[in-house]
Design a protein around this ligand. Structure first.
Ligand SMILES: Cc1cc2nc3c(=O)[nH]c(=O)nc-3n(C[C@H](O)[C@H](O)[C@H](O)COP(=O)(O)OP(=O)(O)OC[C@H]3O[C@@H](n4cnc5c(N)ncnc54)[C@H](O)[C@@H]3O)c2cc1C
Length: 348
């Protein structure tokens, strides 16, 4: 089948890859270059956190997230084979902690989560004492007296994932139209500045760029990347606070992503002083070794969200549409791609 996909962000790339490796002739169109710097997916911390999200999201997000969590290991192995690139995928949980004055925020998070958690997953949420936190994360020794381990959560290095998908798509012969905005999509055809092109299937995966087709809004998020040679963390750490919930996500070579603000705004201008102060104070309060960290970059992007903050996978005027992955794109993308493939393959 000849398939045209608009949007080569997280979802567009993943879907193009799964279709290309199944033998389809895929054309991928993106307004951006192949590196995907405009995609929310390259700004994200890329935590795969069904449990932490359950405290603040609908049960459907958890359900889809668990499907993704089960899918990632096989897909990561497939991707390494197809691309020849290694992608850091870690499945050793995440940790939520709070400083002593903010312990009620941690308890509230824990209560919400346990209240919504299906009973069969209860063992994946473990309340930790200070000594247990120290054993899991020696770098935090003596700093926190209570925490919650979300033992089954995972994370992926999004920069490596985007690069590996790009390499795999090239090897699999996907025709990639970079810097080619799609102006309009209809059943079996899409329009760029060069005119209309026809396909057997057309997919809209443009995230916030699909406003004329679906009622998507952008939700601003700001993140900071630092190199901190003095700090070693084994897993993402969430710092609970009455006003914000921030996280520090470790990558290879003592690099850390710190995020994220969440603002109902479509402004993509650079990080504000207020957000910078919040992120930096939280970082410094987690570990004093971060005071000597080098700031690598500040990033801002928009999460694509629908009015109900839930993902949409379905047909819109004959176009297979995937959108609304909001703040959990890495958590939901494999499940949404599987759902899209199943919708297409089983039209009844
Ligand atoms: C600060 C921040 C932190 C995040 N952290 C996490 C996290 O820890 N875990 C998690 O699960 N999720 C996280 N997310 C959410 C995740 O990044 C998004 O849900 C996900 O990237 C959405 O994927 P997408 O493919 O729909 O959109 P995108 O990744 O934004 O891709 C959309 C693509 O469409 C292209 N496009 C737009 N308009 C057009 C057009 N007209 N024609 C052609 N191409 C077009 C864009 O250039 C882009 O490449 C975070 C997001 C942000 C902003």
């Amino acid at each position: 089948m000849r398939i045209g996909i608009a949007g080569a962000g997280l979802v567009g790339r993943l879907l193009a890859w799964r279709l290309a490796r199944a033998g389809h002739a895929v054309s991928l169109f993106d307004a951006d270059s192949k590196t995907g710097e405009q995609a929310a997916g390259t700004t994200a911390a890329a935590m795969i956190s069904p449990f932490a999200e359950l405290a603040v999201s609908e049960p459907e997000v958890f359900r889809l997230g668990m499907i993704s969590l089960a899918t990632y290991p096989q897909w990561m192995a497939d991707l390494e084979r197809d691309s020849g690139c290694s992608v850091m995928y870690r499945h050793n949980g995440s940790l939520a902690v709070a400083h002593a004055p903010d312990v009620s925020s941690l308890r509230h998070f824990q209560d919400l989560l346990l209240h919504r958690l299906p009973v069969e997953h209860a063992q994946a949420v473990q309340v930790l004492s200070g000594a247990e936190i120290d054993a899991y994360e020696p770098a935090l020794a003596g700093r926190f007296c209570q925490g919650v381990l979300l033992a089954e959560e995972a994370q992926v290095d999004n920069a490596e994932l985007f690069m590996a998908l790009q390499a795999a798509l090239t090897r699999l012969g996907v025709v990639w139209h970079e810097q080619t905005p799609v102006l309009s999509l209809q059943e079996q055809r899409l329009q760029t500045a060069a005119g209309w092109q026809t396909f057997d299937l057309v997919v809209d995966a443009r995230g916030v760029g699909a406003k004329e087709a679906i009622s998507v809004r952008g939700v601003r998020g700001e993140v900071l990347t630092v190199d901190a040679p003095e700090v070693t963390l084994q897993r993402p750490v969430r710092l609970m606070h009455p006003r914000y919930m921030l996280y520090v996500v470790p990558r290879a070579n003592h690099r850390f992503i710190i995020g994220a603000t969440e603002l109902e705004s479509e402004d993509k201008s650079s990080v504000t002083v207020r957000s910078a102060l919040e992120l930096l104070s939280a970082l410094y309060s987690l570990h004093s070794g971060f005071s000597e960290a080098n700031i690598v970059k500040w990033s801002v992007n928009l999460r694509p969200a629908l009015p109900d903050n839930l993902p949409f996978v379905g047909w819109k005027a004959g176009v297979l549409t995937i959108n609304g992955l909001y703040r959990h794109g890495y958590l939901l993308a494999p499940a949404c791609v599987l759902q899209a493939l199943s919708l297409w393959e089983n039209p009844s």
